[in-house]
Design a protein around this ligand. Structure first.
Ligand code: ARG
Length: 459
């Protein structure tokens, strides 16, 4: 098959080389963006009289036709045409004849591919932001139902202090809120148009780049043609943001796996998000959060992959840069898929309030509060810590919890203990007492939910 760039060549391309260099198997995902970019480009060529208005119209109609035929599955991509850009140009020429060859006036595949990638990422970033918001909404919904649900809070995965379950969930709301902020911020840099940079140096034709930017909805035009075709930092930024977002998804998933284990039984995931075992009939496995946790690995990998591809490249375009695509597509698809599952999984999970409560009743996580109790009675915190350390040790030896020690037993450790200690030690009191701004007291958590709702509706 004759190549679009075949003029300079006297030999056929080696088949394996063709396979190595072709990107059509994956960059066909850019078909829509490629056609959109071409339509804007050719419109501008017509308006600037670089080609005639009639030719521009013919090409535009031809591109629409190609788009329709692609959507109907009437066209087949060919590896010999290497990539999405040349495949579409070839389809266009087949559709409208040699005039289709005028489309590529004043541009190069280098600025074309960069433009396609900007368009693709812009659309998907917006989509991902709305999927993040759906997860945030699911978190708020569960949080509202669980302001007064008490769960052990952990540090080092050891019981630390009891907290409101809503407070725990809302921690993820704010992490996602920052992820959303990073995604929104990255849009600022995706919003620049590379088209018009040519292969690297600009073009001899009197093009109007601002007009193309306007037609495609870009806020700015890259001011340096070399930069426009050479960098992929806008993809790296997305991949970094995606990595942080996946890390958050992974941590939440890990907690769901732990909480739904037999040992914890704090939550039960809906059957529709779990799978069974082929051998052990009793099993209900949390495959979804496990896989979300695992898929974080490929997202990090995609970031490291592209950073490594780019690190030694001289300006301007190098074929190496064709390797920017699969990792980006994979990250977009992984993120979109993960977020789509996470929202309904959180929404439908059943919270086992009794199990959480029973866990809190059977630990020493109210110990800090006895220390604080002695402090309010005048003892320095360090001394109180020492006293309570001994009290806890004594209780453990006696196989009793702190609420089960008698006042005489308390008084052995310090004479400041009085009857009011028992009130201080109830989980409700312990949680309610942490009423500092951002703390776990129901009053603060309710306030936090108001802030979360405001943040969600403000975007
Ligand atoms: N398929 C190529 C890529 O994705 C398009 C740009 C090709 N440019 C070139 N000079 N070979 O990078």
């Amino acid at each position: 098959m004759s190549k679009l760039w075949g003029g300079r060549f006297t030999k056929e391309t080696n088949k394996l080389v063709e396979e190595l260099t072709a990107s059509i198997s994956f960059d066909q995902k850019l078909a829509h963006e490629d056609i959109e970019g071409s339509i804007a480009h050719v419109q501008m060529l017509g308006e600037c009289n670089i080609i005639s208005k009639e030719d521009a119209d013919k090409i535009k109609q031809g591109l629409q036709k190609v788009k329709e035929k692609l959507e109907n599955g009437e066209l087949t991509y060919s590896v010999a045409n290497e990539d999405i850009h040349m495949n579409i140009e070839k389809f266009l020429i087949d559709e409208i004849g040699p005039v289709g060859g005028k489309l590529h006036t004043g541009r190069s595949r280098n600025d074309q591919v960069a433009t396609d990638m900007h368009l693709y990422l812009k659309n998907h970033t917006v989509e991902i932001i709305s999927l993040v918001e759906a997860v945030q909404a699911a978190i708020i919904e569960q949080a509202e139902k669980n302001v007064d649900t008490i769960i052990p809070g952990y540090t080092h995965l050891q019981r630390a202090q009891p907290i409101s379950f809503a407070h725990h969930l809302l921690a993820y709301f704010w992490m996602l809120e920052r992820d959303k902020g990073r995604l929104l911020d990255s849009l600022e840099r995706v919003n620049w148009l590379p088209l018009g940079a040519g292969a690297l140096a600009g073009t001899t034709f009197p093009i109007d780049r601002e007009r193309v930017a306007e037609l495609l909805g870009f806020a700015h035009v890259y001011p340096n043609s070399m930069d426009a075709v050479s960098d992929r930092d806008f993809i790296l930024e997305f991949l970094s943001t995606a990595s942080i977002l996946m890390m958050h998804i992974s941590r939440l998933s890990e907690e769901l796996v732990i909480w739904s284990s037999q040992e914890f039984q704090f939550v039960e995931l809906d059957d529709s998000f779990c799978t069974g075992s082929s051998i052990m009939p009793q099993k209900k496995n949390p495959d979804v959060p496990e896989l979300l946790r695992a898929k974080t690995g490929r997202v990090y990998g995609n970031l490291m992959g592209l950073l490594t591809v780019l690190k030694g490249l001289p300006l301007a375009y190098n074929k190496d840069m064709q390797e920017d695509k699969e990792g980006m597509f994979d990250t977009v698809e992984t993120l979109e898929g993960s977020l789509q599952l996470l929202a309904p999984m959180i929404e439908t999970m059943v919270v086992n309030v009794e199990k959480m409560r029973s866990a809190v009743n059977h630990d020493y996580s109210n110990a800090t509060d006895i220390a604080d109790y002695l402090v309010t009675k005048g003892l320095p915190f360090r001394d109180a810590h020492e006293v309570i350390g001994k009290t806890v040790l004594y209780a453990i030896e006696k196989k009793k919890f702190l609420l089960e020690l008698s006042l005489e037993e308390y008084k052995q450790f310090h004479e400041l203990f009085e009857d009011d200690i028992y009130e201080v030690l109830t989980p409700e009191h312990v949680v309610g007492a942490r009423n500092s701004y951002g703390g776990t007291a129901p009053k603060q958590v309710k306030q936090q939910i108001i802030l979360a709702k405001e943040a969600l509706n403000n975007v």
